[in-house]
Design a protein around this ligand. Structure first.
Ligand code: PEP
Ligand code: MN
Length: 277
């Protein structure tokens, strides 16, 4: 009987039944959740010390408090650029400190959690690892917030259960990020932003819900509309990828917004958030 109750979605620590008030996540430079609206931006991948600093400077000026960037990249093809590893973490940390921003970066393997944790403020779990249970347990043992992206074909219950893996190890500083799901038309849409899942999650869980229109749209031209729709649906923050020279980006250049496009999206998203919150 205990097992049946424990496995009931409403009995989970991440469920709103268990914890009616919104979870607030406090970092050095951000307070995420509730009525707050948080902006995260940065390059897909850390490319150089100068580049991450320049992108961070633009992101901060546009209102972002969290500087993203990957140094361990989950690439579809093993011969594609895999990220700079620890050198990238160092440059990312230096930029975040110089600018007074939080650092967020992806960790892909339980073996890397300690090393990445020596640098980052927030662990990012990517879509391909949403059900990497060993990794979820490893970040669940850390004393730092975790951003859990939705698996590209994950149901709501699978996603919440993945978050519960982190909580079950003691770490309840978890935020969820919708980044687009696999659908049938991948010619025009890299993924499909599941706008309708946002109000569903706001009801089912107390964890902050953020959205990533960059990986949903897949092309810069459609990132703004996709992001604004997510904010209208109740997303408590946005994450976008930026690059000053998108055609030269080492990863995901097609979907990178320029710093100027980011400013426009962030201004509009703030206005929409003010209306709907
Ligand atoms: C990323 O944020 O760069 C990334 C790899 O995202 P996702 O895991 O959503 O594909
Ligand atoms: Mn990317």
């Amino acid at each position: 009987v205990i097992e049946i109750i424990a496995e009931h979605p409403a009995a989970m620590q991440v469920s709103r039944t268990f914890h009616p008030n919104d979870t607030m996540i406090q970092t050095a430079h951000s307070q995420i959740g509730g009525d707050n609206f948080n902006l995260i931006a940065g390059p897909d991948a850390i490319e150089s010390a100068e580049h991450v600093l320049a992108m961070g400077k633009s992101a901060k000026a546009a209102g972002a408090t969290i500087l993203r960037g990957g140094s361990y990249k989950p690439r579809t093809n093993p011969y594609s650029f895999q990220g700079l590893g620890e050198q990238g973490l160092k440059w990312h940390r230096i930029a975040a400190d110089a600018l007074g921003m939080d650092m967020m970066t992806e960790v892909m393997s339980p073996a890397d959690v300690d090393l990445v944790g020596q640098y980052t403020d927030i662990f990012q779990i990517g879509t391909r690892n949403m059900q990497n249970f060993a990794l979820l347990k490893a970040v669940g043992q850390q004393d730092k917030p975790v951003l859990l992206k939705r698996g590209m074909s994950a149901t709501v219950d699978e996603w919440l259960s993945a978050a519960e893996y982190i909580a079950s190890e003691g770490n309840t500083q978890i935020m969820l990020m919708e980044r687009g799901i696999r659908s049938f038309d991948q010619k025009y849409l890299r993924n499909t932003m599941d706008v309708s899942v946002i109000p569903v999650l706001r009801e089912l869980t107390h964890l902050p819900i953020l959205a990533d229109p960059s990986h949903a749209a897949g092309v810069a031209e459609h990132v703004t509309a996709t992001g604004l729709a997510a904010v209208a649906a109740g997303a408590q923050g946005l994450m976008i990828e930026i690059h000053d020279q998108p055609t030269k980006a080492l990863v995901d250049g097609k979907q990178a917004l320029t710093p100027g496009q980011m400013v426009s999206l962030f201004e509009k998203s703030q206005a929409i958030h003010d209306i709907v919150r």
